[in-house]
Design a protein around this ligand. Structure first.
Ligand SMILES: [Zn+2]
Length: 300
């Protein structure tokens, strides 16, 4: 290989990429006519440019991938956060507002076939009915409550509600209106069952227990995490898992506060609990994606 070949070799990459000046191109062309070694070298360079990404494109690909991951994380975080807000808002708007008893709230009428129909006033948009049997007399006892919601007032088409209670082949029937406001249940139909006089429908308190259990679990996990980070200065995997675990009860506590505020007693346990669990799952996802997004920003 001549001295000239070494010079050509230095400028071949520029030549191959069309980045050399016209003078340089002419000089290289002239040399290539007679030099098989440099021709081979040029083919080699062109191949490597065309077919395999050389070392320089890899960091670019990594950066692109990183940016894409970050974009997905941002979208995930925004979407889950939006759902948290929507579900909480929905829970608040659809929370039942129970009516206290009044004369025009409902009317009861006997039907030909022995059943009874309860007609609710048009302001009632929902009702529920629970059934029990008086142990002493065998009389069936029904407890009915009625409500509306902000959601129904705003969006739903009002239709008069009514319900039918079948009384055929029964030893007797007693229907009460449960006021759900710490006032006594009001008898609205049937023979009185003396034991039920002055009975109140009590709220369920279990959501309060769940709330404080979750709060307790969160505090315990938080303390355990702090102790671990003090003991082993370096952040271990255990700590990362503890963080993720501690977020579960934290999500539940937040979900309760968002959907029910600081109210714990409930007359609609199933509904309230489902809303809290749904919101908690969404909050948990939002917190996880929020944290990974925050970490990605910090390490950049
Ligand atoms: Zn040469």
């Amino acid at each position: 290989m001549s001295n000239k070949c070494n010079i050509i070799k230095d400028i071949l990459p520029l030549y191959a990429e069309d980045m050399a000046s016209q003078d340089t191109r002419d000089f290289v062309d002239e040399h290539l006519k007679h030099c098989a070694g440099c021709q081979a070298k040029l083919r080699q360079i062109k191949q490597s440019v065309d077919f395999e990404p050389d070392g320089n494109t890899l960091p670019l690909k990594k950066l692109k991938k990183k940016l894409r991951t970050k974009r997905i994380q941002t979208i995930m975080f925004t979407v889950t956060l939006a759902f948290v807000i929507l579900v909480s808002l929905f829970a608040v708007l659809t929370s039942p507002q129970y009516f206290p008893y009044s004369d025009n709230l409902l009317t009861v009428s006997d039907n030909m076939n022995g059943s009874i129909t309860i007609f609710f006033d048009e302001k009632v948009t929902g009702y529920s009915c629970s059934k029990g049997i008086d142990i002493d007399t065998g009389v069936e006892v029904y407890y009915i409550d009625a409500w509306n919601t902000i959601w129904d007032l705003l969006f739903s088409k009002r239709e008069k509600q009514n319900m039918v209670v079948d009384t055929a082949d029964k030893k007797g029937i007693q229907v009460y209106y449960a006021q759900n406001n710490d006032a006594v249940d009001v008898p609205i139909y049937g023979a009185r069952v003396s034991d039920n006089e002055g009975r109140k429908t009590l709220p369920r308190l279990v959501l309060g227990w769940y709330f404080f259990w979750a709060l307790g679990a969160f505090i315990v996990l938080l303390v355990a995490r702090l102790l671990l980070t003090i003991l082993f200065k370096k952040k271990s995997n255990v700590v990362i898992w503890l963080d993720r675990l501690a977020l579960l009860p934290a999500s539940y506590v937040l979900a309760h506060l968002l959907t029910k505020g600081i109210n714990f007693p409930t007359y609609s346990l199933q509904r309230d609990f489902s809303m809290i669990v749904l919101a908690a799952i969404l909050i948990y996802c939002a917190m996880l994606s929020g944290i990974s997004l925050y970490r990605a920003r910090k390490t950049q």
